[in-house]
Design a protein around this ligand. Structure first.
Ligand SMILES: [Zn+2]
Length: 279
């Protein structure tokens, strides 16, 4: 274990959410059980074993360690990773990797796959990731990880196990796929990124951004820069149907004690105890 990044970690219902996220510093996340990474502002050494990464947008604090991730995997003789990122960033990210190839004299084997809002990626038999439009100052997307579950079709609900088996043997499709949103990550976004994509409010776990918390920091300006304030959470308090809401990407203008104080003042019940500050 090499601890090169000050990670936080939280367990929820079989999911381990690990990451670090402060605005302008760096953002990275791992869901170890689902074998997924989100954003690569920094590359925790122990995250390199995960070969699927989703990048929300190409701001430096979310993408800067991409060459380190690709290069370290190659050095450790791991397969080239699959890296999904906004479509408009693919060519430039590729060029950046080639520049590092020239500087570092090491190959940069990876697959860069462009994403547009609405795209769906099947990451395993059980999980599919959907891409949602968010609102930031450059092209950006958010992600929802859905678990596919097979549910008996309602017309067969009253049949016995034997009858269902017979139908299945006769070639009938007795189940239909239902998708349960188990994890969502907005990346950086103004509140419209949440409001335009109600699935964010329905996902079991939501990781979003709360860059600003001080009352004197002006909302219009924050929204214009594609970010959110704790007051945006307060105004939407009854919309969050999530079991857990993680608020991350806090500005370096505040230390941890200030963040806690401002948030507790704005949201005294912390969304019914479901709000966790990532600080
Ligand atoms: Zn950011």
């Amino acid at each position: 274990m090499v601890e090169n990044v000050p990670l936080l970690s939280h367990h929820h219902d079989g999911l381990t959410i690990e990451g670090y996220s402060r605005a302008a510093v760096q953002t990275c996340w791992r869901l170890n059980e689902l074998k997924l990474l989100f954003d690569v502002g920094v590359q925790p050494w122990d995250f390199m074993g995960t070969s699927t990464m989703f990048i929300s947008h190409a701001h430096l604090d979310h993408i800067a360690a991409l060459p380190a991730y690709v290069s370290r995997r190659r050095m450790m003789k791991m397969d080239p990773p699959a890296i999904y990122l906004p479509d408009s960033a693919v060519d430039t990210a590729w060029d950046m990797l080639q520049m590092f190839r020239r500087l570092d004299r090491g190959a940069m084997p990876c697959e860069l796959i462009g994403l547009l809002p609405g795209d769906e990626i099947s990451v395993s038999r059980e999980y599919v990731v959907t891409t949602l439009p968010t609102q930031h100052t450059i092209d950006s997307v958010g992600f929802v990880v859905h678990q596919r579950r097979h549910k008996l079709k309602s017309e067969f609900q009253d049949l016995s196990g034997d009858q269902i088996r017979d139908l299945r043997i006769a070639g009938n499709e007795v189940t239909s796929e239902v998708r349960v949103p188990v994890f969502a990550y907005t990346g950086d976004t103004a509140p419209r990124g949440l409001d335009d994509n109600p699935v964010f409010y329905e996902s079991k776990v939501l990781v979003s951004e709360m860059t600003f918390v001080a009352p004197e920091h002006r909302k219009e300006k924050i929204h214009k820069h594609g970010h959110m304030h704790v007051d945006d959470y307060r105004q939407r308090a009854d919309r969050f149907n999530n079991e857990l809401v993680i608020a991350a990407h806090l500005s370096t203008r505040y230390n941890a004690a200030q963040v806690k104080r401002f948030v507790q003042r704005a949201l005294p019940d912390m969304l019914g105890g479901r709000l966790k500050l990532w600080i």
